[in-house]
Design a protein. Sequence first.
Length: 232
Amino acid sequence: MRAVEVVAFDGDDTLWHHEHLYQDTQAALRELLVRHVEGPVLDAHLLDVERRNLSLFGYGVKGFVLSMIETALELTNGEVTGGEIGQIIERGKSMLRHPVELIDGVADTVQQLVDDYRLVLVTKGDLFDQEGKIARSGLAELFEHVEILSEKDVAAYRRVFSALDVPISKVMMVGNSVRSDVLPALDAGAQAVHVPYRVTWDLEHAEPLDHHRVVRLERIAELPGYLDSLIP
Ligand SMILES: [Mg+2]
């Protein structure tokens, strides 16, 4: 008997670096539009545009590119040039082509857990984009199941975890986002581990945690030891 039978991992900023690509691209957009608008104004406007587009585009690079173009059009009163829009599109393409870089300790940790636990991957975003990242991560064959969700809410977790043929209380969700990985997984009845990433997208910010079924680890390499310490 184990306290945890299934370990479910988030992908972006939990297994591989992700948010820094967005932040680097946003920095390039600030540079591109510097003669039209100040950086903080652009950042705030882009966030508003992303927020209002989320229900239409969902998460992912392609929606981000469209939101950057829309932001550029609005903040320049339509004066952004075709060449500048072309540069925004190119930036988006290079984000999509970027190699998948695993976070320190991930490869060893996942390899260490695969003998003792059933491992699943529960990620969010554009299907095509996420499938490519999982394939390029080199980790795909270690997961018995991969789920790509358009939104990580309680209903989605309940559906995914219920299909695992194990009591949901024996599932542990591991992720960097309190809002997307921890809180809805707890509400679905699972246990959770929060492993913060060094940067968090503004739309993923949430209040600090206080719950008996969650723990915060600074590094994913601490996960096997934590799992071993749990009493069934
Ligand atoms: Mg994440």
